[in-house]
Write a protein that binds this ligand. Structure first.
Ligand code: GLN
Length: 535
């Protein structure tokens, strides 16, 4: 029988609930338990696919093509349980399912209500994660306790605790202890009130995790314990850390995993953390440093390219160097300024994107990287940009463009497939989720992966136009990866270049700190090489 851990948040948002959840899951896994994670998001959007990066950061894509919250990226980087579109449940999905069923007469004329119909639907989504081999289902609830939006979720979880019985459900609540400088004190009151909100709806947290910039003393621990009705050793401090990958060790030092396992009567061996600790040691003690320019239209937002930034860090760990990110707004890159902008740069990465803003700057960046032989990694739109630049400047087709930006242009080297729905059976007109990619021996991609066939995740509409393939190949571009079912081009490389690789997919979603994605590893390796030659 699967047990449940529910992680809620209080006081303010952005406390790193996703990281705390992922870290706890990782510790449980390292104790030999099988864990499934999911995120319950209290917004009305059906999925994150339509959400603005300004508000919501990147859209994380699961292998089955789910467009999900970026916290799932943390789950995948820290833990190893498989994720799917079912791993991100939103209020929009719940209401959509209930209203559809009502229209089909599925409620036999009953008055359809939040309790029990909405809450039943929520519970069934959480229980869908259970199976005989799953020891723990760990669900993170988005938002903060007390929000109107998250009430149906909390109510559903309260009911689950009742139904599953004592010892089968554990609630972890994450709050903030603000430090009031004038008083020189950490304040526990907001946490007390937040726990009170939970208790009003019938949830007594079993563990309190507190985010704080200063260490907590016994006094504060006692106070929190007393007022929140939580055992003192179950008050776990999460002080700000230098690297997010330290969080599991912070939890382990306070035996958070032991405490949860005791509550849930789960078998308890100490977690195996050797590989993780070694990774952290490498991260904290780099032997060198490279600077990678990331040229995107959301360069100023910390979360818009979250998985890419993390994957670059992983590439750094694999090469024992620190990757310094130079975030450049694509709008700012111009032919006049690019030499100065990229003066200190050892590699250029152009990430994915939609819409025309900044596209010219990205093309300038690709041209500069190609002609100056700076390692270049183009991801999705970054690959399309690489191809457009090549067509304009090498094939001498100045009008070449993607039909996303020039719908009736004469040289659509990136275009929409004639019958796109055939390819993207998984929804809408977007090619979403995991597709196979066959690698051409002798290419940089093949050297990186060391495999004949890989599978990578997609989220795009436009594709390389095969009408240009022969001309590209005759002029120094090679296509290192092809989708075996459709023949679609997945990877383009510049032959006469130290490392210029464009991929139509999103490799960043599969990179882990303890296992860097091979393309990110080799891109950073090429940057290290570039730096050596320069100095
Ligand atoms: N806008 C491009 C397309 O739809 C690239 C998408 C992306 O980078 N994810 O094909």
């Amino acid at each position: 029988m699967s047990k449940f851990i529910f992680i809620t948040g209080g006081v303010v948002s952005s406390l790193g609930k996703g990281l705390a959840s992922a870290s706890l899951a990782m510790l449980l896994e390292q104790r030999g338990l099988t864990v499934r994670m999911l995120k319950l998001d209290p917004y009305l959007n059906v999925d994150a696919g339509t959400m603005n990066p300004y508000q919501h950061g990147e859209v994380y894509v699961t292998p089955d093509g789910g467009e999900t919250d970026l916290d799932l990226g943390h789950y995948e980087r820290f833990a190893s349980g498989p994720l799917s579109r079912d791993s991100n449940v939103t209020t929009g999905q719940i209401y959509d399912a209930v209203i559809r069923r009502e229209r089909q007469g599925g409620y036999d004329g009953a008055c359809v209500q939040v309790v029990p119909h909405i809450t039943d639907e929520i519970k069934s989504r959480v229980r869908k994660m259970c199976s005989p081999e799953v020891d723990v289902v760990l669900a993170e609830v988005g938002g903060t306790a007390g929000d109107i939006e998250s009430l149906p979720f909390l109510e559903a979880l309260r009911q689950m605790a009742l139904e599953e019985g004592p010892g089968n459900v554990s609630f972890v609540h994450l709050t903030l202890l603000p430090f009031v400088r004038a008083a020189g004190e950490l304040k526990t009151k907001p946490s007390q009130h937040s726990v009170q909100r939970l208790r009003e709806i019938g949830i007594q947290p079993n563990m309190l995790m507190v985010r704080t910039e200063k260490a907590i003393d016994d006094d504060i621990r006692r106070k929190l314990s007393l007022h929140c009705n939580i055992a003192q050793d179950a008050v776990v401090e999460i002080k700000d850390v230098e690297h997010i990958y330290e969080v599991p060790l912070v939890l382990r030092r306070q035996r958070a995993d032991d405490i949860v396992c005791n509550q849930l009567h789960l078998p308890g061996a100490a977690p195996e953390l050797g590989v993780w600790e070694e990774m952290l040691h490498t991260l904290k003690n780099p032997e060198g440093r490279v600077t990678i320019a990331v040229v995107g239209k959301y360069a100023e937002l910390p979360d818009a390219y979250k998985s890419i930034y993390e994957a670059l860090t992983h590439g750094g760990i694999a090469n024992r160097v620190r990757v310094h990110l130079k975030k450049i707004l694509s709008d700012d890159v111009t032919p006049e300024r690019v030499a100065e902008q990229f003066d200190d740069v050892d590699g250029v990465l152009v990430p994915g994107g939609f819409g025309e803003r900044g596209i010219n700057g990205k093309i300038v960046a690709a041209e500069y990287a190609r002609t100056q032989k700076i390692p270049y990694f183009g991801i999705c739109l970054g690959m399309q940009v690489q191809v457009v630049e090549f067509a304009r400047n090498v094939l001498q087709l100045p009008a070449a463009h993607s039909s996303e930006f020039s719908p009736d242009g004469p040289e659509p080297i990136i275009h929409l497939m004639a019958d796109q729905r055939v390819i993207s059976q998984r929804g809408g007109t977007m090619r979403l989720g995991q597709y196979a990619c066959d690698l051409l021996p002798g290419t940089k991609a093949h050297a990186a992966y060391g495999e004949e066939r890989v599978a990578e995740r997609h989220r795009h509409r436009f594709e390389f136009n095969p009408a240009y393939r022969v001309r590209c190949e005759a002029n120094g571009m090679r296509f290192a990866g092809i989708n075996p079912e459709t023949g679609l081009i997945e990877i383009s490389e510049i032959v006469d270049h130290p490392w210029m690789v464009g991929v139509q997919f999103h490799p960043e979603f599969q990179s882990k700190p303890v296992a860097a994605h091979p393309l990110f590893r080799d891109f950073v390796a090429a940057a290290v090489q570039h730096r050596k030659v320069q100095s």
